[in-house]
Structures are given as structure tokens and as C-alpha cells.
Write a protein that binds this ligand. Structure first.
Ligand SMILES: *[C@@H]1O[C@H](CO)[C@@H](O)[C@H](O)[C@H]1NC(C)=O
Ligand SMILES: *[C@@H]1O[C@H](CO)[C@@H](O)[C@H](O)[C@H]1NC(C)=O
Ligand SMILES: *[C@@H]1O[C@H](CO)[C@@H](O)[C@H](O)[C@H]1NC(C)=O
Ligand SMILES: *[C@@H]1O[C@H](CO)[C@@H](O)[C@H](O)[C@H]1NC(C)=O
Ligand SMILES: *[C@@H]1O[C@H](CO)[C@@H](O)[C@H](O)[C@H]1NC(C)=O
Ligand SMILES: *[C@@H]1O[C@H](CO)[C@@H](O)[C@H](O)[C@H]1NC(C)=O
Ligand SMILES: *[C@@H]1O[C@H](CO)[C@@H](O)[C@H](O)[C@H]1NC(C)=O
Ligand SMILES: *[C@@H]1O[C@H](CO)[C@@H](O)[C@H](O)[C@H]1NC(C)=O
Length: 827
């Protein structure tokens, strides 16, 4: 947020004053005049009030305040800076800094003692004292001579943001190529490592670079050098157009439906994403312009030569193109060691070579563009040269500027950075040995016959399977027992249903992405409807997640036996080849974090609901720790693992990391510390020791989060409080618990109850496990309103450090996001 400019009412006052002194037509608030420099604290404001230009400081810390000259949106509270003049040369002492229009019509930023900080490098000849610079309503800062001739404009010198009306040059015939260059960090506008622009050789694709290396590449433009009106629709808000001015090609963007009320701009973000930022009904939202950058697999060249990133499967992973195999045997879904793929069979170059068609591909990079070839000519071009490994072709739908309607692309070397897309992309034709093609020809004839046989057999099998589901159920249990679960023989209950894979595939529409509810380190969660109409949630453990069989058995056996209204109900399970699936009842309100950490939904959680949630979690935990026949430590309590039913009753879920204690065992320890930072007690995070008191700690954190409506590692508080434990303690110490309560409910809640909950929360997060209460005491205090609680001591451990990821406060809140699991090795 820009600081160091007058608050808005001050500006209005200024405007009013200047209006009353000057003739109305000469209001100078959007103009910079020669020898009337702009100083820190004053701003230019565009006529319609949308943009301001002036000095700002992006950092909040009191030390090290760097000042910059920039342009920002007035109405948007953050991410609002659209242009920076001196991004690489900050002003450290703003007291005498100025932005000056010199009498030689140059724009200059001076620092202390007239030190030159930045200049627009204009040297207009002679008599130009009448030039002036205006901040337009578009956000363009234009320097004109008195004759109206434009000497310089900020739109020709973009920093990290594209604005409406701005032309962004993507070829370099007579001018330098332009790129958007990210900030270094949210507080530092100096040029960061990511930049965005077009492939300088053939303008067919857009790139994000990390330094000088390609980082992501957009799918190839379907049309090339089209007259005026060609556009690419990006989403419902925005389209890109390409057009020609003189000898150069430019990109600009437009807002769909001409809705001028919404403010949209495009930013090369410091995190490596090109974002579309939209300001609508007082909310700043963003979308990603360039191909989904959320999974590593779409990073440039990630899958190696002749490999491709398959987006068409629920679990996005690297694969080899048809006819190719991995070079190394390491797990390619991990990809980190991916060396790419090689041909299964060496290519014999002869006239008989043929081409295999791969549809819906983001075609590889490093092509050769052969002009003016029809499809057949393009095929012949590739066939005639043994080095040609593949080709692609698109006939353009509109008349091209140079009269060439064709687009024949050839690959002479490796095929790199290929992706399989969903519902878009092009045909890629790969060269293969003719024999394999003949083989596939034979297949084409025999396949239908084979298929019909297979279908018949399948139908028979399904019929048989259906009858045997129950028997299979028994078998699976026996199998599980024989795999070393003998200690828990007594747990095995044959009535617990095995649900066939086929039924799950039907229920979830073959795990379609529209049924996906979320994902995390373990795999994906889908919603579905069984044939009988029952709604279910299916947890599909990912094959490569590493937390497979063990956790699976754990969860099935545990939950099968547990029955409590505050524990999620497992309806069944399925093992099918590599697939491991858990079937739960479907809870329409998703998880607690989806409410608690969403500023729109948080106010819906009234105090009575929150108290009921705290109470429910406490009862569920008490059952786990004491009241079931076993002692169970959950080990991963956090808001995303608390599901909410239709009446907002909490249900504890996700027993993948739970441990059972037998007999009188009080404490366990482990070499594999798994859990989520912020919710792990110190003795567990540091030494791997866990007991029922570990869950009590996590419960304490949950209680503090529920009362305050903030995440454990939230950055919303000032720098003095790295997390809410420290914040709660500080307020508690001063007897001021009211300030800790979520502002959206503080007016309507019972301060006695919130204060008691904060007290309990602080007792539960004590560093020493012995100082934390048992869940039985917690439940009894909550039920009876007991006020004779011991005072808490200051929690030191987590209060003094902040282990939360920095993005914690910024990340969009959905349960998928917070399901990630932190794993530490060893002690
Ligand atoms: C700066 O402080 C203001 C108010 O204290 C806050 O709203 C804003 O988010 C902070 N900005 C940054 C970049 O920390
Ligand atoms: C322009 O400004 C410089 C210094 O700022 C001054 O020395 C010079 O006389 C000025 N020229 C005119 C024509 O005003
Ligand atoms: C102005 O010119 C100098 C020297 O040619 C150059 O280093 C500087 O980057 C230029 N400044 C701008 C804003 O173009
Ligand atoms: C500058 O402009 C004024 C009037 O606009 C004119 O009288 C004067 O001769 C001009 N000087 C030069 C050096 O062009
Ligand atoms: C960008 O490049 C730098 C230096 O090569 C590297 O350390 C960093 O991890 C890269 N960032 C991403 C997101 O790939
Ligand atoms: C395209 O090729 C055809 C022959 O294949 C030729 O007649 C025509 O002039 C070419 N057009 C261009 C623009 O080169
Ligand atoms: C491209 O497509 C248009 C319309 O579909 C067709 O008229 C034209 O002949 C095609 N051009 C080539 C070179 O195939
Ligand atoms: C095949 O393509 C390569 C690479 O473009 C080129 O060097 C070679 O001359 C071509 N060979 C023939 C026979 O056209």
C-alpha cells in the first residue's frame, strides 16, 4: 500500500482550495508543470480520480523506508501500483526528493541535494518551457509539448503491469522488445527474476522467463499476424488482441462485454504467475493468464525431451509420447530426475515412415515455421527429411497480414515442453516406423472384434463380481490380517462394506474433475452419488504419495470401529490394483477452514455456532482419547480436518496419521514427524514424542483460531506477534481478551464464554505437556462453565517463532489448499 501521500480528505481539501484560487478550467491536479515540482506528500490525480501519481513507500517497516515515484489505483487497497519510475534506484531520504519537469522538457526524479535518481532522457530542443505532463484517466502519464506533440509516455515504458489501452510490443523489427518484469518481492519494486513477453523469433507463443531461462510457455497462437480484430478470449472477463502498428506487432487486452465498471489489469507477479487482477464490488480477485502454473509438471521442459505433461488425468504427471519409453527407471510422476524419453525402437528412415496423430496437445517448443504450405505439402515436407521428428499444421481462419493462411510447423530435434491439454490444443503428428503403423493397422481391424468379446466377458465378470462383493469383503479383511495386523484381530468386522471400484467409478462420473472437492498430499477427494441416491465423498489415495498402505489400513481399521456423532462416518472402502479408496458420508458444508478463513463466510459463523463446534471437537477428541475401547491419538488436528454437517456440527476426519495406544501405554515416539506446522506441539515437532497431550495442544490452537477467526500463523497482526498464540497471550496478560475476538462476531457474542475459551486455548498450548489439561477436564469446563481454572503460563516455543509459510495470510482459502502435509525426517 502506498504510504507517504496525503489521506484522501486532504487531497479533496487541496483540490477544493486550488479550485477556489484558480479559474475552474485550470485545475492543475492532474498536471505537472515546469518548475512546479512534485514533492513527497503531494500527488497528481487523474481527472476522474482513478489514478494517482506520486511518491510511495511499499514497505511498512519503520526502518529502511525506500521511496519510489509511481502510479497507483486510488480505489484499490493493495496490489494497486501499476507503474514505477525509479524501480531500481530507490530514494532513501524522501525529505527533499522531487519529481520535476525541467525547463528542457525532461522528467527527472531528484533525491537529497539534487542527486539524480531517475530521468526520462528527453532533450527537447530550444523553447519548451510550455511543455506539460498529464496523468490521464487511463493511468498513462504523458509529456506533451504545447503543440500537443507527445515527447514521452509511461505506457511506452511498462514495468510489471499492463493497463487497458496499453500496447505491449512483442516483435522487434525497429524497436526493442518489451517485457513485463516482476517486482522482486511484494515490498520491493526492483526488477525481479520473472519476466513476460513473446518468443522473439517467431511470434507464435508467449513466455514467462525466470531470469534468462524459459519458465512457462503458452500454447501456440492459433492465428498469426491477423488483421485488426483477431482476439483470444482468456476468460469471461478479458480477451487479448494482436494488432500491427507500423512494422511492429503489439498485444493489448480488452474487457469483455465492455463492462467498464470492473477494473482489470494484467500483472507479472513476483511469484512467477501472470495474473489478471480484477477489482469488482470492492473485492480484489485474480485469475491466471498463462497456462495453469499451479503444478510443477507444466514448468517449461519439466518432463524432458519426448516426455509430456498429462493434464487429462486427475493426477497430473509426466508421461512419454506414444512409441517412447523413459530413459531412467526412477518414478516419473515425481519427475525431479526426469531425463525424458527415448524411442522404444530406433527409427529406420525410409519412404515408408508414417505419422501417428496425437490430439489435444500443447505442441512442443523449438519448431521451424515453414510458410505457405498446405496440409499435404506440410506432411510431405516432414516426410522428405529424416531429421523431421514431427509436424503440426493449422489453417488459419482469417486473412493473414502477409496473405499466408497456412501454418506448417516442423520439429527437427527433440520435442520439448509438450503437454496434453483438456478440450483445447492441436494435433501433433509424430514420425514412427512404418511397421508399427502396419501393426496398428492390423489392430484397427482386430480391435473391434476383440473389444466386443471383452465387453461380453466383462459383463459376465461384473455379474459374478456383484455376487462376490461380500465374499471379497471377507477376503480383503483376511488379507489385511495376514499382512501383520494380528494384534488388532478383535477389530476386524466383516460387516464393514467393501465397495466395488465399478460402483465408485459410476458414482464419481469416472473421477471427473467437476466432481473433485479438493486435493492434498494424500491424493484427491471426489463427491459422488451411489445408485441408491446416497451422496458420498471418495478419498482416492495417490499412488505415489508414499503414505500408502500403512495409513490406509490405519484409517480403515480405526474408523470402522469408531462410532461417535463428532467423528466422520466411513461408509466403506475399496482396494483395486494400485487404487486405494475410502468412502465417507458427504458433508455439504465442507470443512471448518472454508468458513473460518473466508472473509465472506466468517461472519456467518455466529458465536453460538463456534461454541458448538469447539464443544463438538472436544467431545470427539475425548471419545478418541478415553471413551472408545482404545486410546487413539489423531496427530493431525487442524481446521481442514474438521468437517461440518448440514447443521454445522463438527466431525473430526482424516485418521491417516492416527496412532493407537494399547493397554497402559502413555507416550509414543517416532522418527517420522508428520503433521502440520503450527498445530504440532513442541515436544512432537522437536523430539517426535506424542501422547494424548499432543492432540490437546492442536485443540488449543484450533480454539484460538475459532475465537479469533485468524490462522495460527496469520500475518494480519503486527510484526510484534508472529502468531496468534503470542497475540492471545499478550492480550490475556493485559486482561483484554475482547480485542482477540473475531471483530465480525464480537458485538453479538458472550464475552464470558469467549474469555473462557481463550483461557482454555492458552492452557492447552502450554509448552509443558503436563501443564495441559486432559480432554475430560476441557469438556467438563465447557459444559459446566467452571471458572476455577489455573492461570496459564506464557507459551514460549511457538510464540517466539513463526513457522507459517509467508503466504499464509494471502493464499486463497479453500480446504484443498490447507490439506498439505509437512513431513520432517529423523530426530
Ligand atoms: C501496511 O500496514 C497497513 C495498515 O497497518 C496494512 O493494512 C497493510 O496490509 C500493510 N502492508 C504491508 C505490505 O504489509
Ligand atoms: C533552466 O534551468 C536551469 C537550472 O535549473 C537554469 O540554469 C537555466 O537558466 C534555465 N533556463 C531557462 C531558459 O529558463
Ligand atoms: C537514460 O539514459 C541513460 C544513459 O543513456 C541510461 O542509462 C538510462 O537507463 C536511461 N533512462 C531511461 C529511463 O531510459
Ligand atoms: C520562445 O518562445 C517565445 C514565445 O513563445 C518566443 O518569443 C521566443 O523567441 C522563443 N525562443 C526561442 C529560443 O525559440
Ligand atoms: C528461478 O530461478 C532461480 C535461479 O535459477 C531459482 O533459484 C528459482 O528456484 C527459480 N524459481 C522457480 C519458481 O522456478
Ligand atoms: C504459395 O505457394 C503457391 C504455390 O504453392 C504460390 O503460387 C504462391 O504464390 C505462394 N504464395 C506466397 C504468398 O508465397
Ligand atoms: C483454409 O481454410 C479455409 C476455410 O476453411 C479454406 O477455404 C482454405 O482453402 C484453407 N486453406 C488451405 C491452404 O488449406
Ligand atoms: C533436413 O533438415 C535439416 C535441418 O533443417 C537440414 O539441415 C537438412 O539439409 C535437411 N535435409 C534434406 C534432405 O532436406
Amino acid at each position: 500500500m502506498p504510504m507517504g501521500f496525503l489521506p484522501i480528505h486532504g487531497i479533496i481539501l487541496l483540490v477544493v482550495c486550488s479550485l477556489s484560487l484558480l479559474p475552474p478550467s485550470a485545475s492543475s491536479d492532474s498536471r505537472l508543470l515546469p518548475n512546479r515540482p512534485l514533492t513527497v506528500g503531494s500527488t497528481l490525480i487523474s481527472d476522474d480520480g482513478t489514478f494517482s501519481l506520486g511518491f510511495f513507500s511499499p514497505s511498512n517497516s519503520t526502518r529502511n523506508n525506500n521511496y519510489y515515484v509511481g502510479i497507483w489505483y486510488n480505489q484499490i487497497p493493495k496490489d494497486n501500483i501499476v507503474w514505477v519510475a525509479n524501480r531500481a534506484t530507490p530514494i532513501t531520504d524522501p525529505s527533499s526528493a522531487t519529481l520535476t519537469l525541467t525547463n528542457t522538457s525532461n522528467l527527472v526524479v531528484y533525491g537529497t541535494d539534487g542527486q539524480l535518481i531517475w530521468t526520462a532522457n528527453i532533450s527537447a530542443p530550444g523553447n519548451t518551457t510550455s511543455a506539460e505532463a498529464t496523468l490521464e484517466n487511463t493511468g498513462n502519464f504523458i509529456l506533451r509539448t504545447s503543440e500537443g506533440f507527445i515527447l514521452w509516455q509511461s505506457f511506452n515504458h511498462p514495468t510489471d503491469t499492463l493497463l487497458l489501452g496499453m500496447d505491449f510490443r512483442v516483435t522487434h523489427n525497429t524497436h526493442a522488445l518489451q517485457r513485463l518484469i516482476s517486482w522482486n518481492s511484494p515490498q520491493d519494486p526492483s526488477p525481479g527474476s520473472f519476466s513476460y513477453g513473446a518468443d522473439p523469433n517467431e511470434f507464435l507463443q508467449r513466455f514467462i522467463w525466470n531470469g534468462s531461462r524459459a519458465y512457462r510457455r503458452s500454447p501456440v497462437w492459433n492465428n498469426y499476424l491477423i488483421v485488426g480484430s483477431y482476439m483470444e478470449i482468456i476468460n469471461s472477463n478479458i480477451y487479448l488482441t494482436i494488432h500491427r502498428i507500423d512494422d511492429e506487432i503489439y498485444i493489448s487486452y480488452g474487457v469483455a462485454g465492455g463492462s467498464s465498471s470492473s477494473t482489470v489489469n494484467i500483472k507479472m507477479d513476483y511469484s512467477g504467475k501472470v495474473k489478471i487482477l480484477m477489482w469488482e464490488s470492492n473485492m480484489l480477485e485474480w485469475d491466471v493468464l498463462e497456462a495453469e502454473p499451479n503444478h510443477e509438471c507444466s514448468t517449461y521442459g519439466y518432463c524432458g525431451p519426448f516426455g509430456y505433461c498429462d493434464n487429462s488425468e486427475p493426477i497430473v504427471a509426466c508421461k512419454c509420447l506414444d512409441g517412447f519409453e523413459p530413459i531412467s527407471n526412477t518414478d516419473r510422476s515425481d519427475g525431479s530426475s526426469s531425463k525424458g524419453c527415448r524411442r522404444k525402437e530406433a527409427l529406420r528412415c525410409d519412404r515408408e515412415n508414417s505419422f501417428l496423430t496425437l490430439a489435444s496437445m500443447k505442441i512442443p517448443d523449438k519448431f521451424v515455421y515453414v510458410k505457405n504450405k498446405s496440409f499435404d505439402e506440410c506432411t510431405a515436407e516432414c516426410a522428405s527429411n529424416c531429421s523431421c521428428a514431427a509436424y503440426a499444421y493449422a489453417n488459419m481462419s482469417t486473412t493473414a497480414i502477409n496473405g499466408d493462411e497456412t501454418r506448417c510447423l516442423l520439429w527437427m530435434g527433440d520435442l520439448i515442453d509438450t503437454e496434453k491439454l483438456v478440450g483445447q490444443g492441436e494435433n501433433l503428428y509424430i514420425r514412427v516406423n512404418s511397421l508399427s503403423e502396419k501393426r496398428s493397422h492390423i489392430l484397427k481391424i482386430t480391435l473391434p472384434v476383440l473389444l466386443s468379446f471383452l465387453i461380453l466377458i466383462c459383463m459376465c465378470l461384473l455379474w459374478i463380481c456383484n455376487c462376490r462383493d461380500k465374499q471379497r469383503n471377507k477376503q480383503i479383511w483376511k488379507e489385511m490380517i495376514s499382512r501383520g495386523l494380528s494384534t488388532s484381530d478383535e477389530l476386524v468386522d466383516e460387516k464393514f462394506p467393501f465397495i466395488s471400484f465399478r460402483k465408485i467409478v459410476l458414482a464419481t462420473n469416472n473421477f471427473s474433475s467437476s466432481n473433485m472437492l479438493g486435493h492434498g498430499g494424500f491424493g484427491y477427494v471426489y463427491k459422488g452419488t451411489l445408485q441408491c441416491g446416497k451422496r458420498i465423498a471418495v478419498k482416492r489415495l495417490s499412488k505415489g504419495s508414499g503414505q500408502g498402505v500403512l495409513e490406509f489400513r490405519n484409517e480403515v481399521i480405526l474408523i470402522a470401529k469408531l462410532q461417535h456423532r463428532n467423528l466422520v462416518k466411513l461408509l466403506g472402502f475399496c482396494i483395486h490394483g494400485d487404487e486405494k479408496l475410502l468412502i465417507y458420508e458427504y458433508l455439504p458444508n465442507k470443512s471448518l477452514d472454508a468458513f473460518l478463513f473466508n472473509s465472506n463466510k466468517r461472519p456467518l459463523l455466529h458465536w453460538s455456532i463456534r461454541f458448538n463446534i469447539i464443544m463438538g471437537i472436544a467431545r470427539g477428541l475425548l471419545y478418541l482419547h478415553q471413551d472408545s475401547r482404545l486410546k487413539i491419538i489423531h496427530r493431525d488436528l487442524k481446521p481442514s480436518n474438521i468437517l461440518l454437517d448440514a447443521e454445522m456440527n463438527p466431525m473430526i476426519s482424516d485418521f491417516g496419521m492416527a496412532r493407537i495406544f494399547y493397554g497402559n501405554q502413555q507416550q509414543g515416539n517416532t522418527n517420522r514427524v508428520m503433521g502440520t506446522y503450527g498445530y504440532m506441539p513442541p515436544e512432537y515437532a522437536l523430539e517426535g514424542m506424542f501422547s494424548v497431550k499432543s492432540d490437546v495442544y492442536s485443540f488449543g490452537v484450533l480454539v484460538l483460531e475459532i475465537v479469533s477467526g485468524s490462522k495460527i500463523s496469520s500475518m494480519l497482526m503486527t510484526e510484534d506477534y508472529p502468531n496468534i498464540i503470542a497475540y492471545a497471550w499478550s492480550l490475556w496478560k493485559d486482561g483484554n481478551t475482547k480485542d482477540f475476538v473475531d471483530p465480525s462476531i464480537v458485538e453479538s457474542c458472550s464475552l464470558d464464554e469467549t474469555s473462557q475459551c481463550i483461557h482454555i486455548g492458552l492452557l492447552c498450548v502450554q509448552d509443558n505437556p503436563n501443564s495441559r489439561p486432559l480432554m475430560s477436564s476441557v469438556v467438563s469446563i465447557l459444559e459446566n462453565g467452571d471458572t476455577s481454572l489455573p492461570p496459564p503460563k506464557q507459551p514460549i516455543y511457538f510464540a517466539e517463532r513463526n513457522n507459517g509459510p509467508y503466504e499464509a495470510a494471502e493464499a486463497p482459502v479453500d480446504s484443498a489448499n490447507t490439506m498439505s502435509i509437512t513431513e520432517l525426517e529423523g530426530r
